[in-house]
Design a protein around this ligand. Structure first.
Ligand code: PAF
Length: 280
């Protein structure tokens, strides 16, 4: 495993692997790696000849500076975990190489539909920051394929739509959410939960699974209201719980408005914001 701590080190590592003649897979992360990230790297290694994983806690995608400060940073453990995979390069980009002083901070791109709902609505500026950093990382790594976890489903859709505008030849692939035995979606934010809260957090996936299992046999408003009531009873502060068209995240009033569905949720547990979804 090579470690690159600047763009020039990344280029040297890619050259030494003759990456320009090979299929390069890329897994961008913010570190604090868990089995969900490892699944992304393994999937990239299954499909590609060279695998690059980046670790960069991107300040421009945090609408709350306190959340950015509190974001777990575990570089040494992350390097150890990646050395156990078939990845080839760990890239720790330099802030000033992603955000050069002589360049506009954020790239000029918007997705009016996806930026206005759910994560886009509750975290203003979040997707501008995500798209900016991902497109700049793509420019550095120049991958053939990039892999994203479907736990951040809206992020996956945003990036899938944005990429062809900047890099028409990069393919975007989604990888299924990894869950623990109790159904809790793995997330770096889970590191901020104590034992009791970790048990409490399972309610989110249980509620989503119940919605997915009930499906079109019950009306949408009833399923959403029941789910919100369960979350409230378990002490969550729910930001959204909605049943949507999986293609575009349009909130559905009736089942016949879509063919594939997704139930999406964001809820706080003692100040820690968790998101999850179920596709069905
Ligand atoms: O999903 C994440 O970890 C981040 O949003 C990403 C894609 C690495 C961009 O900073």
């Amino acid at each position: 495993m090579r470690i690159a701590r600047s763009l020039s080190e990344l280029k040297n590592s890619l050259d030494s692997l003759q990456a320009s003649q090979k299929k390069v897979g890329f897994v961008p992360t913010m570190g604090a790696l868990h089995s969900g990230h490892i699944a992304l790297v393994n999937e990239a290694a299954r499909q590609c000849e060279v695998v690059v994983c980046s670790i960069f806690v991107n300040p421009t995608q945090f609408n709350d500076p306190a959340d950015f400060e509190k974001y777990p940073r575990t570089d040494e453990a992350d390097i150890e975990a990646l050395c156990e995979t078939r990845g080839d390069i760990i890239y720790f980009p330099k802030y000033e190489e992603l955000y050069p002083a002589n360049q506009a901070k954020l790239i000029d791109y918007t997705d009016e539909e996806l930026y206005a709902v759910f994560e886009g609505k509750f975290r203003p500026g979040h997707f501008q920051g995500v798209v900016t950093v991902v497109m700049r990382l793509f420019a550095h790594v120049q991958p053939n394929v990039a892999f994203f976890g479907l736990k951040d489903y809206q992020q996956f859709l945003v990036i899938q739509r944005a990429t062809p505008h900047f890099f028409p030849n990069i393919e975007i692939k989604g990888v299924a959410t990894v869950r623990n035995n109790e159904g809790l979606a793995l997330s770096s934010r889970n590191k901020r939960l104590n034992e009791t809260e970790l048990v409490q957090a399972q309610t989110i996936s249980a509620v989503l699974k119940k919605i997915a299992t009930a499906g079109p046999a019950t009306d949408i408003a009833t399923l959403e209201a029941e789910g919100k009531a369960t979350l409230q009873a378990k002490g969550f502060d729910t930001e959204y719980l909605a049943i949507c068209n999986a293609k575009n995240l349009h909130h559905l009033a009736n089942w016949h408005e879509a063919e594939n569905y997704i139930a999406v949720c964001a809820a706080y547990i003692n100040g820690v914001r968790l998101i999850d979804n179920y596709l069905f």
